[in-house]
Design a protein around this ligand. Structure first.
Ligand SMILES: CC(C)(COP(=O)(O)OP(=O)(O)OC[C@H]1O[C@@H](n2cnc3c(N)ncnc32)[C@H](O)[C@@H]1OP(=O)(O)O)[C@@H](O)C(=O)NCCC(=O)NCCS
Length: 338
């Protein structure tokens, strides 16, 4: 049975059951990824940026003979932003290939269509059943990135300390746990606006103006995700010449996520990319005791960043693809197939 579900009011047992399903999915599809923990799971599922909406549904098994509620075997949510609905679907490995995934997508797609949105996008991890699934539904591949993972146990910290200081004169680095300080928000947002050479997946919106940046930082904190920032300041102008952002989620604090890394055009060629990333790793090592890995996503064409990441010790792990489809086409196709 698929029903609309609100994580803000869901019982703790439902949240725990959904987490069990997520971890079963990870164990089946991405066995090297750390399992998620329950801390702030509700907030992770419920909190959104101002102006965005997330609508969720679950598929729950029948109650047990003693009347206790059935497990959450499937979940779909759609994040409505701009003119696109970004979809995420999970089906417990024990409940796959019964048509549940398709039902969940149809339920969400109907709503996205009614709400007047044009298209649906989804992130699909390479070498998992999701590839065949979304292709069978008519989604097409728009964009491919590579996820790479850095195992901190293999890092040469002395070499890294050297990289962190190998920056041209006229720049200095600053480390800001929690986000950029208020007096730098405007310069920080300018750096992000000028260069959109992001490491991030296209489906994750970046924040280019100060207000949106503040909202985005607040939202991260509410979801239990702690941002860390290293930036390179250009001493002469006070401008932010480069920045790198890593987020440590309380749901999986052993593996951090690299978000944007940006070096502003005029400041390229001065060793900033290498230095800010090296400094970040050094800082994280002391700030986050449990951290053992960092993961990052790069466009395959972004050779400069891939080279620096390889030097730091990142190893390519999986393809991370964006698929999309026109909503009306999807709804008609799925309705016709019923
Ligand atoms: C992708 C996923 C949602 C599919 O769920 P499902 O309930 O098994 O899908 P359905 O039964 O509705 O399958 C519909 C169609 O998709 C295709 N399909 C689904 N899984 C497939 C597989 N493993 N191999 C080949 N085709 C597959 C088939 O065409 C299938 O139709 P059929 O069974 O009649 O042949 C599920 O595997 C899942 O949860 N994956 C994890 C997704 C995710 O986001 N992971 C993130 C962390 S890895």
């Amino acid at each position: 049975m698929v029903r609309e579900w609100d994580p803000r009011t869901a019982s703790s047992a439902e949240i725990a059951s959904l987490l069990d399903t997520l971890n079963a999915v990870l164990a089946a599809d991405l066995p090297q990824d750390p399992p998620w923990r329950e801390r702030s799971m509700r907030e992770y599922l419920a909190e959104v940026m101002p102006g965005e909406r997330r609508i969720s549904w679950v598929a729950q098994a029948e109650p047990a003979a003693d009347g206790s509620p059935g497990a959450i075997l499937g979940h779909v949510h759609v994040l409505l932003l701009g003119d696109i609905g970004v979809l995420e679907v999970l089906v417990h490995p024990s409940a796959r290939r019964t048509g549940l995934g398709r039902d969940l997508v149809l339920t969400a797609a109907r709503r996205v269509y009614q709400e007047g949105f044009q298209s649906i996008g989804v992130e699909v991890v390479g070498d998992t059943p999701a590839v065949a699934f979304y292709e069978s539904l008519g989604f097409s591949k728009e964009y491919v990135e590579t996820r790479s993972v850095l195992d901190l146990s293999g890092v040469d910290w002395a070499e890294l300390a050297e990289m962190a200081t190998g920056i041209s004169a006229g720049y200095h680095l600053q480390f800001h746990p929690g986000g950029p300080p208020d007096e730098l928000i405007e310069a920080y947002a300018r750096a992000k606006a000028e260069v959109r050479d992001v490491e991030d997946g296209e489906l994750r919106p970046s924040s280019y103006d100060p207000e949106r940046l503040r909202d985005s930082l607040d939202c991260l904190h509410r979801r239990g995700m702690k941002p860390y920032i290293v930036l390179a300041l250009h001493e002469q102008t006070g401008e932010v010449a480069g920045l790198t952002e890593v987020v440590v989620p309380v749901q999986h604090p052993t593996r951090a996520d690299q978000y944007d890394t940006i070096v502003v055009q005029d400041h390229r060629g001065y060793g900033i990319d290498r230095a800010i990333k090296a400094r970040m790793l050094l800082e994280l090592r002391s700030a986050e005791a449990e951290l053992t890995e960092v993961q990052t996503w790069n466009a395959q064409a972004n050779e400069a960043m891939l080279k620096v990441n390889a030097e730091l010790g990142y190893r390519p792990d999986r393809e991370w693809c964006e698929y999309s489809i026109d909503v009306a086409e999807l709804v008609h196709r799925l309705d016709a197939g019923r």
